[in-house]
Design a protein around this ligand. Structure first.
Ligand code: ATP
Ligand code: MG
Length: 257
């Protein structure tokens, strides 16, 4: 349903994505791994059609996503409903007077009947433990609660594809566990970015790694990558420490977390 062919992107003349080829089928759970600055957020923004690839092609469900397609209101409307993205710092997106209105906002924008809005808002508020906060202004929630609210705001749309940019960055271990279970239960196509190696096996079943050179250096089974120290070193995901014990020196590897 998603296909990138030979995609490049640069900011101010500096390439941050190089020759990206990626196909994602319905139902896949992809983890996008790469160090800071490798281009994860840029790649997700391209998939979400927030930026257009400067070279190469992006096809979504057989439709070429380009400048002219983004002027087609019917396409944009269904695209925005089907493919949603949780930003790295999503709480800056919260602006409604109450949590309820925040959850209802995009449904109202899309012209849903108020009865159906209420039904979906209550369903997702309940699933995210937000019922008791419905009348509060979103800025009064804690960081983790805001993060949950942002995700709930996307799920009320019942999207087909969920793009998540470092969704666990602000969450405590319990909430991280909760999110992992939720994503598993949702059973929709997800692409999740992270630089946290230890979470990779829990977040999906296919791994795509962006290297320091901003191209895809691995695409395949998670376990195979995690067993390959050389590949991880090359992607900048491990670093070497040297220790001296008396006159003996030994080196060992650490995960970048
Ligand atoms: N709007 C922008 N204007 C100019 N340069 C940008 C912009 N956004 C990102 N960059 C640069 O592009 C490169 C890739 O950034 P990107 O945010 O895609 O990386 P990332 O893998 O998501 O990093 P992180 O793990 O830190 O979130 C970085 O060098 C960054 O400085
Ligand atoms: Mg990022």
């Amino acid at each position: 349903m998603i296909e990138l062919r030979g995609v490049y992107h640069s900011y101010d003349g500096e390439e941050v994505l190089r020759d990206i080829n990626l196909t994602v089928k319905e139902g896949e759970r992809v983890v996008l791994l790469g160090i800071n600055g490798s281009g994860k957020t840029t790649l997700l923004k391209i998939l979400n059609a927030l930026i257009l690839p400067q070279r190469g092609a992006y096809t979504y469900c057989g439709v070429r996503v380009d400048k002219s397609k983004l002027k087609d209101r019917d396409f944009v409307r269904s695209f925005r409903k089907e493919m949603v993205m949780l930003f790295q710092n999503p709480d800056v997106m919260l602006f409604n007077p109450t949590v309820y209105d925040e959850l209802a906002f995009s449904l109202r924008q899309l012209g849903f009947e108020e009865k159906q809005v209420e039904e979906r808002v209550l369903h997702w508020a309940d699933r995210f433990d937000l019922i008791e906060h419905l009348d509060k202004p979103p800025f009064k929630l804690s960081g983790g609660q805001k993060q949950k609210l942002c995700l709930a705001c996307l799920l009320v749309l019942e999207p087909k594809i969920l793009l998540l940019d470092e969704p666990t960055a602000n969450l405590d271990p319990r909430t991280t566990g909760w999110l992992i279970d939720l994503l598993y239960d949702l059973n929709i196509t997800t692409i999740v970015s992270t630089h946290n190696l230890s979470l990779v096996p829990e977040l999906g079943d296919r791994l795509v790694v962006l290297g320091e050179e901003h191209s895809i250096v691995y695409d395949g089974k998670i376990e195979t990558f995690l067993r390959d120290e050389e590949k991880m070193l090359k992607a900048g995901l491990l670093h070497k420490h040297r220790h001296k014990h008396g006159d003996r020196e030994h080196a060992h590897y650490h995960f970048h977390l």
